[in-house]
Design a protein around this ligand. Structure first.
Ligand code: COI
Length: 366
């Protein structure tokens, strides 16, 4: 039987005036809606107690396993307002399935796809007024489903109790600079994930492991770090929170193949399809970092961009490392955004906001 996510009344929802003020300039990840969807899993009993409740702190035992052994997985997806006022999400079933894969890697129970979709629908129904109006720039309601080990137990084994929750946050651009090309630092001191590890799972530990690299990048004046494979320090992996694409002047568009150490991005997969529809030649393969340096130097490499649910499509201008830097021809800060990067971004957003025909059946009405 699937979870029903009953709604309990909110004693103090945000006033309309305050909400409109937040929606006018939401930023990313700083503001939250009035409710959250929750459910519990207990060993032997399965999933139960699905409900939508006023958003607020959890009461968590200090021995909760997640605080000690990081048994936690999460997702990120968005709700978009269309011109007719309806609210849609982009490929939510892909997020549901990835959450299941992540959970299984972290020895956690799988949440059935219908319960994942049910939680998203129930939360968006309760907080519909928080979905930004159509035509207010690229704003949306970012949904963050997550699951963690809430059992109070210090032995190292898969926990017997899990809490699942979805919170929602009105979102504008992830990078404060908007579409200004970002700079990347090649992290050599740190790897994000190793073979056989949790690299392809969307779990908090991978993001924690990327933070020292990000600080290293910031110390060198860069916006983000790019991680290389941990075995040979040769091949491009991802940024920690985003996948990468390289676009060549001859029409090839290349992204690192899924080796088990990088995130299987929903945006990444969708861009591979969009690129094909644009007549570009998508390739998934191992990409030596040297190829980026050489391509930028020779001018063959025209554009590089990062992508993800939060970042959408973000141009990358400069790549820096200890002893050098290159800038991709069409995306210097002065040169702006490359033609394909801008086109892919526009096509993706047009589908998400209902401005283009959804030929792949990617949108789900909430
Ligand atoms: C997302 O794009 O949804 C993520 O989870 C990545 C994070 C940088 C916000």
């Amino acid at each position: 039987m699937s979870l029903s996510y009953s709604l309990s009344a909110h004693p103090s929802p945000t006033s309309e005036q305050e909400r409109e003020g937040i929606l006018a300039n939401p930023g990313f990840g700083k503001q939250f809606t009035d409710h959250m969807a929750v459910a519990t899993w207990t060993k032997g009993e399965g999933w139960h107690d699905g409900k939508v409740v006023p958003r607020g702190p959890f009461q968590l035992d200090p021995a909760a396993a997640v605080l000690h052994y990081a048994q936690e997985v999460f997702e990120g997806l968005k709700a978009f307002r269309h011109e007719d006022g309806s609210v849609w999400s982009f490929r939510p079933e892909q997020n549901a399935r990835r959450l299941q894969r992540s959970a299984s890697r972290l020895a956690m129970p799988e949440l059935p796809e219908e319960d994942f979709l049910g939680s998203i629908k129930a939360l968006v129904a309760a907080d519909e007024a928080w979905v930004p109006a159509y035509g207010t720039g690229e704003t949306s309601l970012y949904l963050r489903p997550f699951m963690f080990a809430s059992e109070a137990f210090l032995g190292v084994r898969p926990a017997h109790e899990m809490t699942y929750c979805v919170i929602a946050s009105p979102a504008g651009a992830y990078f404060p600079g908007g579409m200004k090309p970002v700079s990347l630092w090649i992290s050599t001191d740190f790897a994000r994930a190793g073979e056989g590890g949790t690299g392809s799972a969307k779990c908090g530990g991978n993001y924690a492991s990327s933070l020292a690299g990000q600080l290293e990048g910031a110390a060198h004046g860069c916006d983000q770090a790019v991680f290389l494979d941990s075995s040979t320090h040769t091949y491009i992996e991802e940024l920690g929170g985003m996948n990468l694409f390289l676009v060549y002047r001859d029409g090839r568009i290349v992204t690192p193949e899924l080796t088990g150490t990088i995130l299987e991005g929903v945006t990444r997969a969708s861009i591979l399809q969009i690129a094909k529809e644009m007549g570009l030649q998508p390739e998934e393969r191992r990409i030596p970092i040297q190829e980026w340096k050489d391509g930028a130097a020779s001018g063959e490499l025209a554009e590089v961009f990062a992508c993800g649910t939060a970042a959408v499509v973000t141009p990358v201008g400069t790549l820096k490392w200890d002893g050098g830097e290159v800038t991709v021809g069409d995306q210097s800060v002065a040169g702006g955004v490359g033609e394909n990067t801008a086109d892919i971004r526009r096509r993706l957003l047009d589908i998400q906001y209902g401005r283009a025909e959804d030929t792949n059946g990617w949108m789900t009405r909430l």
